[in-house]
Design a protein around this ligand. Structure first.
Ligand code: ZN
Length: 84
């Protein structure tokens, strides 16, 4: 029996891990490759590029996340001395 259910979990271009992103109004989630900056559908077909706006939003989200984590135990930043 042939199983032709494709999971676009890995990017066929860079072999990187893809992430399912759900959009309101869309029935199926789209799969994002952060390296290639594009979305594919569940059938592993190219849908569209990852837009600048979405990249910015994603970056902001990650920044917030790491800020929250690092404020727990902020490593003391040593100022370089003797720099002219
Ligand atoms: Zn990729």
């Amino acid at each position: 029996m042939k199983i032709d259910k494709i999971m676009p979990l890995l990017c066929k271009e860079c072999n990187g891990r893809r992430f399912p992103i759900a959009f309101t109004g869309e029935r199926d989630a789209l799969w994002l490759c952060e390296k290639c900056k594009n979305f594919t559908n569940i059938k592993d077909e190219f849908v569209r590029d990852w837009t600048e706006k979405e990249i910015e939003e994603n970056k902001a989200k990650l920044d917030n996340f790491s800020n929250n984590v690092t404020t727990e135990k902020t490593p003391e930043i040593k100022r370089r001395s003797g720099v002219n």
